[in-house]
Design a protein around this ligand. Sequence first.
Ligand SMILES: [Zn+2]
Length: 166
Amino acid sequence: MKCPQCRHEMVSKTENHRYTESGLSNVVLVGVEVRRCQNCGEDVVSIPRIEELHRAIAMALIRHPGRLAPTEIRFLRKWLGWSGVEFAKHMGVAPETVSRWESVDNLKPMGGTAERLLRLAVAYGQPIDQYPIDMLTEISDDQVPKAPLLAMKPERSGWAPTTIAA
Ligand SMILES: [Zn+2]
């Protein structure tokens, strides 16, 4: 492989790589292939199965005891595929609050309830198609709980909600 900067030949080595490209400063990839240019020092890191890596990092982060760091919150939010504005909507907070949670020099960390919700959203994995997470946006504090009729019917594939005449 030729150097993308100066076209010199690159030398391949197996190294540990601090994965700052993820936005996290505390993740090291152990024993990955790094090609380095002997001429200009440019390096190219080869990261196999990157989606799986990101999933594994996300799962490791939510298993960590102790509070999530701002960079970790941002990584998890992006892993869920949410913009800052979407994240704010799902969590029921203002977008500025999300900016504060993700700010490294934040003095006011994410609250415990919000952090639990984020961890659960990640633990759920990404099957957003199976869980209409958009309905989180509909929940507001000034709503009165109504407990509407929920009719359940046994079907071949399992119990499913249905509608009946009241
Ligand atoms: Zn080079």
